[in-house]
Write a protein that binds this ligand. Structure first.
Ligand code: ADP
Ligand code: ADP
Length: 223
C-alpha cells in the first residue's frame, strides 16, 4: 500500500554566484490514499519537492519510487494559477489529457462531464476559461488533472489565488473528491490551518539561515 517512497532526495541549482540549495535531503514514505499537506516558509523547497516527485525536474541525489505499476501518467499536477488552454472550452480542457491519450471521443466526453459535475461546473461546459471566475477556473483545472485518473495528485498552493470564502468551499470540495476517489494527495500550502484541516499528516519544512530542515510525521487527528 506504499505509494511514494522518497529517500535522501535533495536538489541544488547552479547559479551565477555559486550553487543554490533548493532542497535539503528529504526522506518520507507516503501510503496509498494518504492526504499530506506540506507547510513551510517561502523558499524552503516545497515546490521543488513536488516538481521532483512529478518528474518535471530531476533530483541532484537520492531516489524517488512511485508504486504506480505501469501507469502512463501516474501524477496529476495542479498549479497555483489555473493552467487552462484559453481557446478551448471547459469541456475541451477537461477532456484534453484523454484526447492526447487516445481515448475515444464518446468515452472522453462521458468522463469529462462527470468530473465537471463533480467540481460543480455543470452548465459551464461550453464556456471559455476567461468567462469564469478564478475559483471556477481552478475547479476546471482540478477536473482536468483528474481526467486521466492519475493515482497521485500534487497541488502547489492551489487555492492561494482565490478569495477566502471560495477557498473554504474548494477545500471542502477537495476533501469530497479525495474521499470519493481514494487518491494519494500532496498539497503545498502556506496556511497551517488549511494544512491541518485537510490532511492526514502535515509535513513541516523549516528554514534556518543557510540551512533547511524537514520535520515529518506530525500526526493530527482528523477534525
Ligand atoms: P518554496 O516552494 O518552498 O517557496 P521553492 O521550491 O520554490 O521553495 O524554492 C526553493 C529554493 O530553490 C529557493 O531559494 C529558490 O530560489 C531556489 N530555486 C528554485 N528553483 C530554482 C531554479 N530553477 N534555479 C535556481 N534556484 C531555484
Ligand atoms: P467560485 O467559488 O467558483 O470562485 P464565485 O464565488 O466567483 O465562484 O461565484 C459563485 C457562483 O457565481 C459560481 O459558482 C457561478 O455559479 C456564478 N458565477 C461566477 N462567475 C460567473 C461567470 N463569469 N459566469 C456565470 N456565472 C458565474
Amino acid at each position: 500500500e506504499r505509494m511514494i517512497d522518497i529517500a535522501g532526495v535533495h536538489k541544488t541549482f547552479v547559479a551565477d554566484h555559486g550553487t543554490v540549495t533548493a532542497l535539503e535531503p528529504v526522506t518520507i514514505t507516503i501510503k496509498e490514499g494518504e492526504f499530506i499537506s506540506i507547510v513551510g516558509p517561502s523558499g524552503c523547497g516545497k515546490s521543488t519537492l513536488l516538481r521532483l516527485i512529478s518528474g518535471l525536474d530531476q533530483a541532484t541525489g537520492g531516489t524517488i519510487t512511485l508504486d504506480t505499476a505501469g501507469r502512463k501518467r501516474p501524477v496529476g499536477f495542479v498549479f497555483q494559477e489555473p493552467v487552462l488552454l484559453p481557446w478551448k472550452t471547459i469541456l475541451e480542457n477537461v477532456r484534453f489529457p484523454l484526447d492526447t491519450a487516445g481515448v475515444s471521443r464518446a468515452e472522453a466526453d462521458k468522463i469529462a462531464l462527470d468530473l465537471i459535475k463533480m467540481v460543480g461546473l455543470e452548465g459551464f461546459e461550453k464556456a471559455l476559461p476567461r468567462q469564469l471566475s478564478g475559483g471556477m477556473r481552478q475547479r476546471a483545472a482540478i477536473a482536468r488533472s483528474l481526467s486521466d485518473d492519475p493515482p497521485i495528485l500534487l497541488m502547489d498552493e492551489p487555492f492561494s489565488a482565490v478569495d477566502l470564502l471560495t477557498r473554504d468551499t474548494l477545500n471542502d470540495e477537495l476533501l469530497r473528491i479525495w474521499q470519493s476517489t481514494g487518491k494519494t494527495i500532496l498539497l503545498v500550502t502556506h496556511s497551517v490551518d488549511e494544512a491541518a484541516y485537510l490532511a492526514d499528516r502535515v509535513m513541516v519544512m523549516t528554514a534556518r539561515p543557510g540551512k533547511l530542515k524537514c520535520v515529518h510525521k506530525v500526526d493530527l487527528a482528523r477534525p
